[in-house]
Design a protein around this ligand. Structure first.
Ligand SMILES: Nc1ncnc2c1ncn2[C@@H]1O[C@H](COP(=O)(O)OP(=O)(O)OP(=O)(O)O)[C@@H](O)[C@H]1O
Ligand SMILES: [Mg+2]
Length: 473
């Protein structure tokens, strides 16, 4: 049953249906037209023949004085012949509307004042076809062939039953033909639609394979433009899935590596302590200090990873409120002042105008403090960091510029990647996990914002951030 419904919704069924309709409807119309025109022609022919016979008969009536004395065997014989041939009835009505002859002998001597008879006396002969009861009824004027005087009216009805039976035979044959056409179209339609739909099935199979885990091959079904468009779009999506899969694998291996490094150091430190006898107190303390640092580092990595995971979640997790951005930046600057002072880096804050925006305060605070922290960390002694805020009617702009080492050109495209650090050995001294910018960019993108970086090695780096003033879902 379910399969039946499925088939009704399929392209194959639709194509078959359309073909059947296209095949059948014209056939029905043509069949009806043929039957109708046959009927018209047959009735016309019959009317003309009977009318001619009646005209001849009327002339004979007058010549033989039948209107004055309706008992002429020859004429009666003619009447019988006529009614026998056409299976009908003849009435002769004189000028007083009296029936002087009825081949059925039912209405003789009665008066007949029907509309048709009256019309005929007035000069208008009538002829009517009753297709329900299958007869033609007509009135013919009986007039003197010489003087043209009207003597009476001949009312004749002839049966058309054999026309009807011919039509019935015609209709039956037509119906049979229709059934044959329908069956042929149905079979042809089914086969043809199967052929037409095949390329779409060719698209489905590889997609199903993919769902089972084959990510290797792209698919190509160039049979139709449509299938080509579908497969192109699909291949694009496949590319993204592959990239995502790769980055996921890379991320996992990076995470395990990063988490393992402090553990390895701790293990080495602990092992060497264990291996020594009578460890001097200073050495013991030094090693313990190192172990504590590694624990801090491990802790930092886990905290950063958790922030990153939070950023990866849906935008609906944002806690949006109206925030004064000047205050927010001032707070971050205040918090980082001691660290900057330690490195003799000057923190300068420029605010061109008061800015209020709908943002998630916690997430953007983290983002900006990451940028400033980097600007301080990767700076030289006595350098500076300049934070400026500006806005237009749609966005606010924050730039964090520093006088630090700058970022090499070949690294600039990678700095937002998770765990990426420009100079591993150098960065190692400075400390960090390489997750800061990934977190920052995550937070900004969640606000439908953008982040760009300009840098020159040895001169400094500028990060510029653009975020909409009102949050759009
Ligand atoms: N202002 C900057 N000047 C020079 N290099 C920078 C600057 N900001 C970032 N970088 C480079 O980009 C790399 C990635 O920065 P990111 O903030 O993601 O990681 P991190 O600072 O090393 O570690 P953390 O996760 O602790 O922030 C840094 O290691 C550094 O090499
Ligand atoms: Mg950082």
């Amino acid at each position: 049953m379910k399969d039946g419904w499925k088939f009704l919704r399929s392209l194959r069924f639709r194509i078959t249906l359309i073909l059947v309709i296209v095949g059948i409807v014209p056939s029905i119309i043509i069949e009806n037209g043929i039957v109708q025109s046959y009927e018209d022609r047959a009735v016309n022919l019959r009317t003309v023949t009977v009318k001619n016979q009646c005209d001849i008969l009327c002339n004979q009536l007058v010549r033989n004085g039948y209107m004055d004395n309706p008992s002429n065997e020859v004429i009666d014989g003619e009447f019988n012949l006529l009614t026998n041939i056409y299976g009908g009835r003849v009435l002769i009505i004189d000028r007083d509307f009296k029936v002087i002859k009825d081949t059925y002998e039912l209405d003789r001597q009665k008066y007949m004042v029907s509309q048709e008879v009256v019309n005929c006396f007035r000069g208008k002969e009538t002829s009517q076809y009753d297709n329900r009861n299958n007869y033609i009824e007509m009135t013919v004027r009986i007039q003197d062939p010489d003087t043209k005087n009207l003597r009476g009216v001949l009312l004749i009805s002839v049966s058309t039953i054999e026309i009807r039976s011919s039509i019935q035979i015609l209709e039956q044959r037509g119906l049979l033909l229709l059934a044959v056409i329908m069956l042929t179209v149905l079979i042809l339609g089914y086969v043809l639609s199967g052929y037409l739909v095949k390329p779409f099935q060719k698209v489905t199979h590889p997609i199903e394979d993919l769902t089972d885990g084959y990510l290797e091959e792209s698919i190509s079904v160039p049979d139709y433009l449509e299938t080509e468009l579908i497969t192109d779009a699909f291949n694009k999506m496949l590319g993204r899935v592959r990239a995502l899969d790769e980055s996921r694998q890379e991320f996992v291996s990076n995470v395990s590596h990063e988490l393992k490094t402090p553990l390895t150091s701790m293990k080495v430190l602990a092992d060497s302590l264990n291996g020594m006898e009578n460890v001097p107190n200073e050495l013991y303390q030094e090693f313990m200090q190192d172990i504590t640092e590694e624990i801090d580092r491990e802790n930092q990595i886990i905290t950063d990873l958790l922030s990153l995971v939070r950023m990866d979640k849906k935008a609906s997790d944002l806690n949006i409120e109206m925030v004064n951005i000047n205050d927010l930046l001032a707070l971050v600057v205040k918090r980082l002042k001691p660290i900057a002072a330690k490195q003799s880096v000057e923190l300068i804050q420029d605010s061109f105008r008061p800015v209020n925006a709908e943002i998630d305060q916690t997430k953007l605070t983290l983002a900006f403090s990451n940028l400033m922290e980097n600007a301080i960390k990767y700076n030289k002694e006595g350098g500076w960091v300049r934070i400026s805020l500006n806005a237009d009617h749609k966005y606010f702009y924050v730039t964090v510029a520093d006088s630090g080492f700058g970022i090499p050109e070949d690294s600039i495209n990678h700095i937002f990647e998770r765990f990426y650090r420009v100079d591993k050995s150098h960065s190692r001294e400075i400390g960090g996990t390489g997750l800061g910018l990934a977190i920052t960019r995550g937070a900004i993108v969640m606000h439908r914002g953008a982040i760009k970086v300009y840098s020159k090695e040895g001169e400094g780096t500028t990060f510029s951030v653009r975020i909409p003033l009102t949050y759009v879902v």
